[in-house]
Design a protein around this ligand. Structure first.
Ligand SMILES: [Zn+2]
Length: 233
């Protein structure tokens, strides 16, 4: 759903109906905010129940040699909860897989299927695993596992043990891929663009790495404001 930087003007945004529940599946704290924070905030304002699922613990997300990985996990968890509050999300789920070492396994697919069946979202939003040159392995793995989790969640013969425990199969009405390789859907986030930036700024531990502000190692409004113009969703 997100536009790659291009000289071509994007078409007029085409809004989906506001879903009753939206579920993001992001590899790291801050991925869903980058990918779809404006849309999520707008939906939350309109009564959508937004649930943010984060697959890894974010423990590799620093260039500061003095930061301990265990402390970083706690910091990023707290940042994620603050960002979710800015978005207006009702729940954040942290799966706490080790950052940077996520592998595609049947166990990961089953875990994501379980959460889709538990949360029963109308719309799932995640990374586009087909995106060319997507460098981060966790983004690729999360995208594939999320897509395959959606397929598994809808059919009762996948992971019948989950059904035996009281869950039912579930088919989301829509699946949106942020930072898409070939975008074909746009949402107008002009009303919530500032909220997207505000949510990103909650991730202040990422000032040096993701947001490119190596000088101060703090998320700066200038940098965060510039990035979402290329990553608006
Ligand atoms: Zn990420």
């Amino acid at each position: 759903m997100t536009q790659r930087y291009s000289s071509k003007a994007p078409p007029t945004p085409t809004a989906l109906d506001v879903p009753a529940r939206a579920m993001t599946i992001g590899a790291h704290p801050d991925d869903a905010e980058f990918g779809a924070g404006g849309t999520l905030a707008r939906w939350a304002d309109a009564g959508c129940d937004v649930v943010m699922l984060v697959v890894t613990d974010g423990s590799k997300g620093t260039w500061d040699h003095t930061v301990d990985a265990a402390d970083l996990i706690l910091t990023r968890r707290e940042e994620q909860h603050r960002a979710a509050a800015v978005i207006g999300a009702s729940e954040t789920v942290m799966l706490d897989h080790r950052d940077g070492e996520l592998e595609y396994t049947l166990a990961l697919r089953e875990e994501l299927c379980l959460w889709i069946r538990r949360l029963r979202p109308n719309v799932v939003l995640t990374h586009d695993p087909w995106r060319r040159y997507m460098l981060h392995p966790d983004h690729r793995v999360t995208g594939w596992a999320a897509l395959d989790g959606v397929v598994a969640a809808r059919d009762h013969l996948f992971y019948p043990g989950q059904l035996a425990e009281g869950l039912a199969e579930h088919r989301p009405a829509a699946l949106l891929l942020w930072a898409a390789d070939e975008p074909d859907h746009w949402e107008d986030i002009s009303a919530t663009f500032d909220r997207k930036v505000e949510a990103l700024l909650c991730h202040s531990s990422q000032g040096a790495t993701t947001m490119g502000n190596a000088a101060t190692r703090a998320a700066s409004p200038t940098t965060a404001n510039n990035m979402p113009t290329r990553w608006a969703g």
